[in-house]
Design a protein around this ligand. Structure first.
Ligand code: MG
Length: 453
């Protein structure tokens, strides 16, 4: 302490800080958009998409500017989120011969030996539900009720995985728990129905800890908005869909507030990967980031993210810490006083101090940008080295870079200026890191190789 005044002030600060500590077993809500890009919300500077509820959520909480997924496509990204582990460890990463994700003809799924956030929270008596998209295996043994969820309402994979795009697939199945309750549900109503189910679940469990994983099927294409939102956005149909999702988030938060659960509930909003640029005007925007879904450039992995927990997370915070969806598993386990599995590698780190506004050392944090089972790029602190690049969804073969391209992505988030010539030591450090990491990976059978499309 520099002087007595400050020391005196610290005496008064202690009880305030103590009060800000989280309550026992907070409710956890993760809202996971599908293919929403870094630049698609008004609070991330989109000029014509209007997202007042997410903006308000950010205003009341913390907005992240360097928040990453475990992968740049749906299935591995979701596996990483729910297990806290790089998808390559669970066999959910794909291989040279497999597709990128699980398809209606696939017969694999997230192995039951994996431990999901829902399973970890079941151990400490949470009620758990997934509303929306699963995409971690749709054969009966892989459905959410076998992975720690008490309730499932939604679609087992992407909302385009039906005829005419997938000729041999059945009509899109809408599940409730283990049963298909509708084939080919009207997708215009999906966001409204998901919202209703999410609200019901929160209301029903208002007197006990719960985990709600609300994984919207949107704004993945094909795009559908209800009548209330259709034709309203200046951004066209894509904007309509994002604005309806924003409304849905608002309804969830309104319910939490109405039930007096705000100070007991951590809500996290983010997206599973970057925008699907291949879809043209029906795909989103990664803002100033390069490329989108399917790419190991920033636009594929870095997404908007907001955390909200009144009384614990201070309002109007922006964090530029390097954070991954894989960090949510250990963070949530910590907050819920559950236990972390000790018999496996968990890649995520507890980031609860960031939520509490405490400074922790994260400047050298590492991000692995896998494409299927291969490392294309590694970020360490501000430096990102690209060993392999390939434009997303293109027929152009991957290009190997020796030495790797190097960007300072805190100076150059658009990955425009290769500075590899100037920093041989940093390149060497990242190459060493890659070798060490790869030596620690045990290859397991890829679940994405099983079955057809
Ligand atoms: Mg996706």
């Amino acid at each position: 302490m520099k002087n007595n005044k400050l020391w005196l002030a610290s005496l008064f600060w202690v009880p305030v800080l103590a009060q800000a500590q989280p309550q026992d077993k907070p409710n956890i809500i993760i809202i996971f958009a599908d293919d929403l890009g870094y630049g698609d919300l008004s609070c991330y500077a989109h000029p014509t998409i209007y997202t007042p509820n997410l903006d308000q959520m950010a205003h009341e909480g913390m907005r992240f500017t360097q928040f990453y997924n475990a992968a740049c496509v749906c299935t591995p990204s979701r596996a990483g989120l729910l297990t806290g582990r790089l998808p390559i460890r669970s066999g959910m990463a794909g291989s040279e011969s497999s597709g990128n994700v699980i398809y209606p003809g696939s017969t694999g799924g997230l192995p039951l030996s994996e431990i999901t956030i829902a399973e970890a929270l079941k151990d400490v008596d949470y009620q758990t539900a997934i509303i929306g998209k699963w995409h971690l295996g749709h054969l009966p043994q892989y459905l959410p009720l076998n992975q720690g969820f008490d309730y499932f309402f939604g679609i087992p994979y992407s909302n385009d995985m039906a005829p005419p795009l997938y000729k041999n697939a059945p009509e899109l199945p809408l599940f409730e728990n283990e049963n298909v309750i509708e084939s080919g549900p009207d997708q215009h109503l999906l966001t409204k129905r998901y919202t209703e189910k999410a609200i019901n679940f929160i209301e029903k469990n208002s007197d006990q800890p719960f985990f709600l994983y609300y994984a919207s099927n949107f704004p993945h294409t094909p795009l559908f908005a209800s009548n209330d939102f259709s034709g309203k956005s200046k951004r066209g149909l894509y904007g309509d869909v994002v604005e309806e999702l924003d409304w849905s988030v608002g309804e969830v938060l309104k319910t939490v507030k109405k039930l007096g659960l705000s100070e007991k509930t951590l809500v996290i909003f983010t997206s599973d990967n970057g925008p699907w640029l291949l879809r043209g005007e029906n795909g989103g925007s990664a803002g100033l980031l390069r490329d989108g879904k399917g790419s190991t450039c920033e636009g594929g992995f870095r997404v908007p993210a907001i955390a909200w927990w009144p009384g614990t997370i201070k309002s109007d915070q922006t964090s530029a810490d390097i954070i991954s969806t894989m960090d949510l598993f250990p963070t949530i386990v910590k907050l819920a006083a559950a236990s972390l599995p000790e018999d496996r590698i968990i890649d995520g780190k507890d980031i609860s101090p960031v939520l509490f506004g405490e400074k922790i050392e994260m400047d050298n944090k590492v991000v692995f940008y896998y494409f299927k089972n291969e490392i294309y790029a590694i970020r360490k602190g501000p430096w990102k080295a690209h060993f392999i690049t390939k434009p997303s969804y293109s027929k152009i073969p991957p290009e190997v870079h020796t030495p790797p391209l190097l960007y300072n992505i805190e100076h150059d988030p658009s990955e425009k200026y290769d500075v590899s010539e100037n920093y041989p030591d940093i390149i060497k450090d990242i190459i060493d890191l890659k070798e060490k990491h790869e030596a620690g990976i045990t290859l397991v059978e890829s679940q994405l190789d099983k079955g057809g499309r």
